[in-house]
Design a protein. Structure first.
Length: 273
């Protein structure tokens, strides 16, 4: 297998496998099929996602990665005519039963999109927005939340003297970390990240990757990425999607150094995709 991937895994923490073995299941997906109004996009997806770990979803464009990601907080419900079959459970509870509160679900399962999308408000108000919507009015509590989340997102030292300035004045990398801080302000359990660094320069990308490594100590993270080196660097587990199906999934080091399927090896070594 590629020396590049071997070097990546050699540099990672040596105690990770023992830590991961003790993690509990956060999501369990069984026989998941999904249809857009005019076509089927996912076939019989089966996947478990462990808490406080990073799962990378890889595969060529249009293979179903982002579609699957949006199933985890029911964002696809917003598409008229779409439908899902199978079982997706979070903490043992089916997410697709009528009694599920979607507002609460999307608070628990936050999302960061490919393109940073800060609100046209101040840095402070971007982070305070979620708590305000939830009814928090106490200024001291809001101040504490804003500072905590900006620190978690590795942004506090860069913006603490301009909290009242427009978020749109921040750099692209800072805006993306602000969007992560905004997601953290609602106290989620899970963060879904859809190509969070694809539009960023290498320095900003490195900051996002370092941030992901820090956040997984508290949150379950699922990331869609086309960057194979990034998947190898940041994730504990990897699922390889192709044409709406999972070809192979498992510990990232295994997927990248000793894949079971020839198709997986061909993809991660760049023979197709």
């Amino acid at each position: 297998m590629s020396r590049l991937y071997s070097d990546i895994f050699t540099s990672r923490r040596t105690d990770e496998s023992g830590d991961l073995a003790r993690l509990k299941q956060k999501f369990n997906c069984e026989k998941v099929n999904f249809w857009y109004p005019t076509k089927q996009a996912l076939w019989d997806v089966e996947l478990s996602i462990l808490e406080k770990s990073v799962l990378a979803l890889i595969g060529p464009s249009g293979c179903g990665k982002s579609t699957f990601l949006r199933l985890l907080n029911r964002m696809n419900d917003l598409i008229d005519g779409s439908r899902v079959e199978g079982s997706i459970r979070m903490d043992g509870k089916d997410l697709y039963t009528p009694e599920v509160n979607l507002v609460d679900l999307r608070r628990r399962v936050g999302m960061v999109f490919q393109k940073s999308n800060p609100f046209p408000k101040s840095v402070y108000e971007n982070v305070a927005y979620g708590p305000r919507v939830a009814g928090v009015r106490d200024r001291a509590r809001l101040d504490f939340t804003v500072e905590r989340c900006l620190k978690q997102a590795g942004l506090w030292d860069e913006v603490n003297d301009r909290l009242n300035q427009s978020a749109l004045e921040l750099s692209g990398g800072q805006q993306q970390r602000l969007c992560i801080a905004r997601s953290l302000a609602t106290d989620p359990e899970v963060l879904l990240m859809d190509e969070p660094a694809s539009a960023l320069d290498p320095k900003s990308t490195a900051k996002i990757e370092d941030l992901i490594d820090d956040l997984k100590r508290q949150y379950t993270i699922v990331i869609v990425t086309h960057n194979m080196q990034q998947a190898a660097r940041v994730s504990d587990f990897t699922a390889f999607f192709y044409e709406g199906r999972i070809v192979e999934s498992g510990p990232t080091q295994q997927i990248f150094t000793k894949p079971v399927k020839k198709q997986t090896e061909d993809y991660i070594t760049g023979r197709f995709g």
